[in-house]
Write a protein that binds this ligand. Structure first.
Ligand code: WTA
Length: 654
């Protein structure tokens, strides 16, 4: 495979502005010793065990790591409960009455739960789940808006040793069904609806559609969120129950299960390079250790911080940095249900000002949208409470970084650009805010104890320069497998080089100072507005439409979303193409996968550029979609196809 071509990275590497840690922060940061990198590298097991010891265990581990490549087990023999570590252990001191969750609904309603409140709600819902027959090891699917009950349900599962599988509310009924069936979930927790830009997303109606084909589901619990007539709810007798009714009858006491460090905590589905999403499996002890450690060090979390990560809990960022990481640290976590531009484009800044948010963690897509909306929106608010900013999910371009630093951070807050994945479970490459001199656009260095390298396709390490990002040592929060598919775990992640080196799927460069610059995926996974979407999934959804013969989906650069989806579609013979068909195909993808995967452009193509052996040449399609000079076409069966497609693309854009 050729080295990924990224002319923009050469500009990036000329980026020589450097931002030292603010003196005040550096002086009191949770980690101040620059020797920590070397110390951790020389003995990562002892390093991680130090953090694990800050958690509450029933029985200590007897061995830190058992590494039988590519299978790792961490904290062998140790037993603990993730819910106890996020909730119960904060009850004995002053954190008992400290707000754990400060939630705001899109319409403006709000709720605050202290750690004591959270303990009561979680224990009661854990009793509810038990009452519905959920046992240790059973899977529970959660399809919910961003309401406190989602975090409560996750922690309740953890309390009784059940495995949660959160499905983002932007996924369709079909996606929900596929995920429920893959994991054989026995209970689904959902809501009547959720608010988004003033409208109701009818989650229960969508769930009902999914539930037509999910024989494993025995009970459905429905949180009343939107009420009213906008999304009327049909309750199926015997199967469906209202959350608030079950909660009234259940005991507020529920003894937590003693879980093995390697017992499964959750499964979270994510897109890969095939048509079928993968259920990424995370376990208890190692996962909790690393999300705890990274939240504490990367965000420099202190007891009086008001911490807000804007991610939806349906994605891994929400699992690790809305729920488990901050709650394990006893933080005050802000949650906001709705859109950033509702009712005005200053909703986020209004929340920051009112709730006196000190740590703010969001995605580059959001930052680019804020930039586009204009400086006046943050300008209307006093953002003086902020002391640290974070970025996650996609590469951040230096321009957006600088804007974020100035207009949100008031030139005062360090920015931590954190690289990681659903599979890594926790942050892997990141600045440490009290130590790192950051450069706009660089995620800087591997977190202490993490070992990241750039490799050529052949596996040779690259000290300075570009290539593929590899992780060369196991880490505590690494995925333990793909649910129900042990072979795919090995072939997907551990087969590019030797079986002890993890392939991230990302291209990256390393500069002379050892900093990493992430360049995006090198495989068939796209990152649209910070959401992972597999091109194959979108292609199968398109081909599923009766009028479509063939489809190829590629990413093209998009000013705000980072990448946009461009679909080249060949229709069946005799099918007239029209704007109506374009709309229908977009709707079809939304129905099959979810609104997140709806293509931005659909280009009807009489032929797709193929090699003589019949392989679609996506590289050429990408060039066409980007409006670039089309690369080498000598291997094409019919070079005329490309010229035709370019004309067609131009006419779509006009
Ligand atoms: C990309 C989200 C550049 C990357 C936590 C990765 C990033 C994929 C960054 C994982 C970053 C995430 N800079 N790229 N700071 N963070 N990515 O599984 O391509 O939804 O492989 O996890 O997002 O996406 P996922």
């Amino acid at each position: 495979m050729p080295e990924p071509k990224h002319p923009e990275i050469d500009d990036l590497l000329r980026e020589n502005r450097s931002f030292p840690p603010p003196a005040g922060l550096a002086a009191s940061a949770n980690v101040r010793d620059p020797g920590v990198y070397e110390k951790a590298a020389s003995d990562p097991e002892t390093f991680w065990a130090g953090f694990a010891r800050e958690l509450d265990w029933y029985t200590p581990w007897t061995r830190v790591l058992d590494w039988q490549p590519p299978h790792a087990r961490w904290f062998l023999g140790g037993t603990l409960n993730a819910c106890v570590n996020c909730v119960d252990r904060h009850l004995d001191g002053p954190r008992r009455d400290k707000p754990a969750i400060v939630w705001e609904g899109e319409p403006g309603d709000s709720r605050t739960l202290t750690y004591a409140d959270l303990h009561r709600e979680v224990s009661t819902f854990a009793s509810v789940l038990k009452g519905l027959g959920v046992r240790r090891g059973d899977r529970v699917a959660l399809y919910m808006p961003l309401v406190p009950e989602l975090a409560i349900a996750m922690l309740a599962c953890a309390r009784i040793g059940a495995v949660h599988s959160v499905v983002f509310g932007g996924f369709s009924a079909e996606s929900l069904r596929g995920r429920i069936n893959d994991a054989q979930a026995t209970v689904l927790v959902t809501a009547d609806g959720g608010w988004r830009r003033g409208s109701v997303v009818p989650l229960k109606q969508m769930a009902d559609e999914a539930l037509g084909g999910t024989p494993s589901i025995r009970h459905v619990v429905v949180v009343r969120r939107t009420g009213g007539s906008e999304a009327p709810v049909r309750m199926s007798r015997g199967r469906d129950h209202w959350y608030h009714e079950l909660m009234q009858e259940a005991s507020a006491e529920c003894e937590p299960e003693r879980m093995d460090a390697e017992d499964m905590l959750y499964v979270l589905y994510t897109s890969g390079t095939t048509g079928k999403p993968k259920g990424i499996v995370h376990t208890t002890g190692g996962y909790l250790t690393q999300v705890y450690a990274t939240t504490k060090w990367v965000f420099d979390l202190k007891d009086d911080d008001v911490y807000w990560c804007t991610a939806d809990i349906g994605w891994v960022t929400g699992h690790s940095y809305v729920v488990y990481g901050p709650l394990a640290n006893g933080a005050t976590v802000v949650m906001y249900e709705g859109a950033p531009d509702w009712p005005g484009r200053d909703r986020f800044w209004d929340i920051v000002e009112r709730l006196k948010v000190t740590i703010f963690y969001t995605a580059p897509t959001a930052i680019r949208a804020f930039m586009r909306w204009g400086d006046q929106w943050p300008g209307k608010h006093n953002l003086g409470s902020l002391r640290l900013l974070g970025s996650v999910g996609e590469p951040i371009n230096p321009e957006a970084w600088i804007w974020y630093h100035r207009h949100i951070g008031g030139d005062r807050c360090p920015i931590v650009d954190t690289w990681w994945q659903t599979e890594t479970g926790a942050i892997m490459i990141t600045p440490l805010p009290g130590l790192t001199h950051t450069k706009p656009g660089s995620a800087t260095r591997a977190f202490p104890g993490i070992s990241a390298e750039i490799r050529t396709s052949e596996g040779a390490p690259v000290e300075v320069g570009g290539g593929l990002l590899a992780l060369t040592r196991p880490w505590p929060s690494m995925l333990r497998g793909i649910y129900g598919d042990p072979e795919r775990y090995v072939s997907q992640y551990w087969s590019r080089w030797t079986n002890d080196v993890y392939f991230t799927g990302d291209g990256a460069k390393r500069d002379g100072s050892g900093f990493f610059w992430l360049l995006g995926r090198v495989d068939d996974v796209l990152n649209v507005a910070g959401h992972r979407i597999g091109t194959m999934e979108v292609e199968s959804a398109l081909v599923d439409h009766p009028q479509v013969a063939e489809a190829a989906v590629v990413g093209r650069a998009h000013e705000i979303k980072g990448q946009a989806l461009a679909a080249f579609v060949t229709v069946k013979e005799g099918t007239p193409t029209s704007d109506a068909l374009v709309a229908e195909l977009k709707a079809h993808v939304a129905k099959k996968i979810g609104v997140v995967a709806r293509p931005d452009d659909i280009i009807f193509a009489a032929d797709l550029p193929k090699t003589r052996s019949g392989k679609i040449m996506r590289r050429l399609l990408r060039d066409i979609a980007e409006g670039k000079t089309v690369g080498d076409t000598t291997t094409l069966a019919d070079p005329a196809v490309v010229a035709k497609l370019k004309d067609q693309y131009r006419s779509v854009e006009e």
